[in-house]
Design a protein around this ligand. Structure first.
Ligand SMILES: CC(C)(COP(=O)(O)OP(=O)(O)OC[C@H]1O[C@@H](n2cnc3c(N)ncnc32)[C@H](O)[C@@H]1OP(=O)(O)O)[C@@H](O)C(=O)NCCC(=O)NCCS
Length: 166
């Protein structure tokens, strides 16, 4: 079934919050301990702060079977701030579709690079999509350390342009 992309509506932000927590808690267990996942998920616990961040970031949602299967965003400086897939939708190419959508947006805005702070879990996915690790970093959430990587993709590379549909 086709995945569709559209801007997130304000009343859907609650669903993004639930999706974020579920993705972090259920999909990253292979790389992060329970303590680390709880600390990461806590960053979305305050509804007001999460809503304010989403309103500022203006994410889009990926719709599959009439449900929100994932969400992501692209900021004016090329940053992908949030990039999350619902556990029930894992492995159905939602992330691939979201990244294609982001790259189309980036090309339409004449961006030459995009970048993200990527979890250890998502790193192999981004590597497959021609991102490179720029720097390894460690974030601290409520006193708990979370290793991740700054990853970047050069959109001017010929192989990258050819991979874009339409
Ligand atoms: C990592 C994540 C984004 C992948 O989403 P997804 O929709 O399952 O990915 P897709 O179905 O589009 O997979 C595309 C390809 O990447 C591969 N892939 C996806 N996740 C992978 C992983 N964790 N490790 C290795 N390969 C992975 C798939 O096997 C597939 O390979 P193929 O093209 O050879 O068939 C998703 O599982 C997720 O949200 N994880 C937890 C939260 C997270 O870390 N978010 C990112 C914050 S930066």
């Amino acid at each position: 079934m086709a995945i569709e992309f559209r801007p997130c509506q304000f009343h859907e932000i609650d669903q993004l919050q639930d999706l974020f927590v579920a993705a972090v808690m259920e999909l990253t267990a292979g790389n992060y301990s329970l303590e680390q996942r709880m600390a990461w998920a806590l960053s979305a616990a305050d509804k007001v702060t999460f809503c304010a961040r989403m309103e500022a970031r203006q994410p889009f949602v990926a719709m599959l079977h009439d449900r929100i299967a994932g969400y992501a965003d692209l900021q004016p400086d090329g940053l992908i701030d949030h990039f999350y897939v619902a556990p029930w939708a894992k492995g159905q190419r939602v992330a691939s579709g979201m990244l294609q959508h982001i790259e189309k947006l980036a090309h339409s805005k004449e961006m030459t690079t995009i970048h993200s702070l990527v979890s250890l879990t998502a790193e192999p996915f981004f590597l497959r999509k021609n991102f490179v690790v720029v720097e390894r970093r460690i974030a601290t959430r409520v006193g708990v350390t979370l290793p991740h990587a700054l990853m970047k993709k050069d959109l001017t590379l010929k192989s990258t342009r050819e991979s874009l549909p339409g």
